[in-house]
Design a protein around this ligand. Sequence first.
Ligand SMILES: Cc1cc2nc3c(=O)[nH]c(=O)nc-3n(C[C@H](O)[C@H](O)[C@H](O)COP(=O)(O)OP(=O)(O)OC[C@H]3O[C@@H](n4cnc5c(N)ncnc54)[C@H](O)[C@@H]3O)c2cc1C
Length: 198
Amino acid sequence: MTWAAMMEGGVQINAQGQRFHNENHGYSEAAVEVLAQPGGIAWNVFDTPVLDLLQTFPDFVEAQANGALRSFADEAALAAHIGCDEAALRATLAAIEPGVPDRFGRSFKRKLAAPLHAVKVTGSLFHTQGGLDIDEQCRVLREDGTPLPNLLAAGGAARGVSGNEVWGYLTGNGLLSAVAGGWLAGGTVAAMLAQESS
Ligand SMILES: Cc1cc2nc3c(=O)[nH]c(=O)nc-3n(C[C@H](O)[C@H](O)[C@H](O)COP(=O)(O)OP(=O)(O)OC[C@H]3O[C@@H](n4cnc5c(N)ncnc54)[C@H](O)[C@@H]3O)c2cc1C
């Protein structure tokens, strides 16, 4: 949910007070980038207009109630919280030039304005993009492409629609392959049972 913050002008800052990638690429890509930072962590930093938007998301409100959000009057207070050099953080935020693509290829509509808000984040696995090879009926295939008898797979257990790379994931692909695959596999089971009893 704080990903909406990145799309609306928020940035990810590492423990050295620096940005490290184009935060608009997507959260699968971001997980890899964040895990490559010192300590495998970053802070999602945004301002009050973005916070107002985030507070329309029930999961953000829940995270906020659990203490995930910290607010700071200015860059100095945020730098003290992160434990980074204040000048480095100031330089990072000052480098945002609305309308001018930055060194990561990202364009901003505006600069962030204090007070600033931050959520500490890391990368985690919530969707797998590979699994057992299946056919269009969700039957698990051998290496030679023939189906194994009575073995079906769908969702996270089966090959996915996202491809092999982190950038292949689109929001919803996890549930899409689980729900659609489950429906297809159910049809296959029904057909197998009908064939057995006929
Ligand atoms: C925090 C988070 C947020 C996500 N947000 C999104 C999103 O916004 N959109 C989206 O599309 N996807 C999202 N996903 C991904 C999505 O939830 C998964 O891709 C999807 O749930 C996979 O479905 P599945 O049925 O294949 O597996 P699962 O949902 O993992 O179900 C597998 C089930 O099998 C059970 N199980 C495991 N081993 C055994 C065993 N030996 N015996 C019996 N039961 C067993 C498990 O307990 C589990 O209930 C999110 C995932 C996480 C973790």
